[in-house]
Design a binder for this molecule. Sequence first.
Ligand SMILES: *Cc1c(COP(=O)(O)O)cnc(C)c1O
Length: 468
Amino acid sequence: MNKNMLYRSIPKVDVLLENERIQETIEQYGRNAVMECIHIETDRLRSFIAKCEDEEEAGKRIKQLVPCIVKTAEKMHTPNMKKVINGTGTILHTNLGRAPIGRTHMEKAAELVCGYSNLEYNLEQGKRGERYSHFEELLCKITGAEAAMAVNNNASSVLLILSSLAKGGEVIVSRGELIEIGGKFRIPDVMEQSGASLVEVGTTNKTHYSDYEEHITEETKALLKVHTSNYRIVGFTESVTIDELVPLAREREIPVIEDLGSGVLIDLSKYGLSYEPTVQESVAKGADVVCFSGDKLFGGPQAGIIIGRKKYIDKMKKNQLTRALRIDKFTAAALELVLQEYLSEEKAIQNIPVLRMITEPLDETAKRARSLARTIRGAGIAAKVDVVSCESQIGGGSLPLERIPSMAVAIRPEKIRVPELEERMHRLPVPIIPRTVHDAVTLDVRTIESNDFKLIAVELQELMDVES
Ligand SMILES: *Cc1c(COP(=O)(O)O)cnc(C)c1O
């Protein structure tokens, strides 16, 4: 076999550049990127020829050079982050992007960020404005607070609040509330970063009013309550409520801070969930500063929302850290749009995906599950497809014990094994993340939009067609 001849038959770069498909690819992705792909693919071809003992095979590969270059260029320009179908039934799935945002909200926000906006411009006065101004009034109206702002996420809220109000002093926290939230966010560590020192009081299961009272000194700058949203201590427990702490703090002229974590603005117990203290309630009970996540039960963009007394919020707005932690224009735009939905509860439930999923009645979920099952059966795949009952979870460290009765489509493949099916589902162009139960993969429809049913069926059909 004449390897030299094979090497020589590899088209030269200038010849490749004349090729019509390569020229189209350059048109699409630019010359530099395509040149890089040409080098990658010709190098790959050379190493193949070096190892190959089959002349015919090598000839075939040389003929495939142009399509390979095009494919590599396409792959290089396909975003790695992509849409996935969440069939797990976990509504706030941290690994899958937590709260999905309403399409209309995002479309409106996109309109704002694609061009210029009055993000920090006061149109009435014709001068510099504040990025919080667009939603501060709304937040105050909805929660009953005096002032409001928002930062990058709720971890930032806690850092900013403590740094602004308690740096160099002490903050009292119950031992039952020294929590860790996923991703190594630990209250004691954040406290240290903020420059405030932690004074732990009480025990894991019980903290009394007197524990706070006995530890207040001249150095105490704030009392902090942390809503243990991601776990529960049950049984022989006691904790001190906000309204009990408020008189104690007032006497010393220090603030009571509450980190609510999830931040519900609607009483979800009406919809069959257990009661979660609402943001409004915390404000009404007298908390001076309250913070919560934008993308947990609130159902908006990633943000840390801080509300409370004006004198404290003003301090935070002036803190140097705010510049580092501030929200971007996309978030500011989306936050205002989501907040407007909260002006009436029925609109919030209709238009905020997280709330819509949580409150979807079971008979509606069942109807949608039957529809998904029909659509999948229609694709004629080699599998048994059934509608089964299941339980959805809230997730995202919110309402950890809560289970919402739900309906799923169970797929029992006939020709491949369940783990193989699941693996293939992950590798689809729009990956499907199911929940595997015994001998079936299940798709909980509570977290799947009906708009995606057709896509799921088409993808499953293609996936089953592949020989194992
Ligand atoms: C989730 C949570 C946080 C962190 O919020 P992020 O928005 O994820 O930064 C802080 N405190 C509590 C109590 C939480 O539940």
